[in-house]
Design a binder for this molecule. Structure first.
Ligand code: NDP
Length: 293
């Protein structure tokens, strides 16, 4: 292996430790304990696991969590009314609506209802709008893309003038990741399912972020020697050697790409742990913003 491994688990643990220390210091100083409200609509098992993990992570750093589970029959008005109540609740510094919402609910309207000061996922229109404009600063940056940037910094990235290629243009990963790189003066190319000659585009990248949801799509000969590779993908593939019969892989063919990249994140243990760490950091920031009001 020639690439340096970017250890997301270790970086995330460090950030969680910093958040825990800051929470402890706040409480010792008589300030309010930060609070995160989670809104889970329906019974999607993956969403239930994600929400449970977020609540557990909050407890570990001393952030209070308020779980709100609504049935999949909940109406648009009921979900929005809950968000409105949470906007007004001073114990709540962050509101996380777990996506995707069940069919029939308008995700955009629900996200729009979250107040700017509590939009810790950073998906609200004002945060995304500011992220997409030159010289503007969002109140909160979406957690997974923010985690990618921290990992690139860990790997010693030189952003200014670097060619950055982002594979994927989703609202939650690809687009905001591209904007963050642009703010850092990278020359950014965003690729998607209609991009022609993807391998050739990727080969130009000094920084490559893969967020497509296609198992091990990025091959060794797509990667420029020495490039920094961040693999956001989480894909389950069959593996008869595992008791479960499957294993998780990223969007990058790790075993071959690690022979040519300068640094690379593993899956699992790369971007995944960073997402929750950034959410905790954003919730703490929400509490600090509330102090300042
Ligand atoms: P989406 O399905 O919303 O977006 C996928 C993007 O990849 C789209 O822009 C799509 O293009 C593009 N794409 C799909 N297939 C190809 C292809 N063959 N060639 C080029 N582009 C392609 O996914 P997400 O952004 O939500 O997630 C991406 C991956 O990241 C998933 O594996 C997901 O599980 C993982 N993830 C991991 C997180 C973490 O914490 N580590 C958090 C969030 C996601 P088009 O727009 O044209 O359809």
């Amino acid at each position: 292996m020639t690439a340096r491994l970017i250890d997301g688990t270790a970086v995330a643990a460090r950030i969680r430790g910093q958040v825990a220390a800051a929470v402890q210091a706040r409480v010792a100083a008589g300030r309010a304990r930060p609070g995160l409200a989670t809104v889970l609509v329906g019974d999607n098992p993956a969403s239930q696991v994600y929400v449970r993990n977020k609540q557990k992570a909050c407890a570990e750093v001393g952030i209070e969590s308020f779980g709100h589970d609504l049935p999949k029959t909940a109406t648009q008005a009921e979900v929005e009314a809950l968000v409105t109540r949470l906007n007004a609740d001073p114990r709540v510094n962050g509101i996380l609506v777990q996506l995707p919402l069940p069919d029939g609910l308008d995700e955009e309207r629900v996200l729009n209802a979250i107040s700017l000061e509590k939009d810790v996922d950073g998906f609200g229109p004002v945060n995304i709008g500011r992220l997409s404009m030159k010289g503007r600063k969002p109140t909160f940056v979406p957690c997974t893309p923010a985690g990618c940037i921290v990992l690139l910094e860990e790997a010693g990235a030189t952003f200014k003038g670097a060619n950055a290629v982002v594979l994927g243009r989703s609202n939650i990963v690809g687009l905001p990741a591209a904007m963050l790189l642009l703010h850092r003066d990278c020359t950014v190319t965003i690729c998607h399912s209609r991009t022609k000659d993807l391998p050739a585009v990727c080969r130009e990248a000094d920084i490559l972020i893969a967020a497509v949801g296609r198992a091990e799509m990025v091959k060794r000969d797509w990667v420029k020697p020495g490039a920094l590779v961040i693999d956001v993908g989480i894909n389950r593939i069959p593996d008869a050697t595992k008791k479960s019969g499957s294993r998780l892989v990223g969007d990058v063919a790790f075993d071959e790409v690690k022979e040519v990249a300068g640094a690379i994140t593993p899956v699992p243990g790369g971007v995944g742990p960073m997402t929750i760490a950034m959410l905790l950091q954003n919730t703490l920031r929400g509490a600090e913003l509330a102090d300042a009001r």
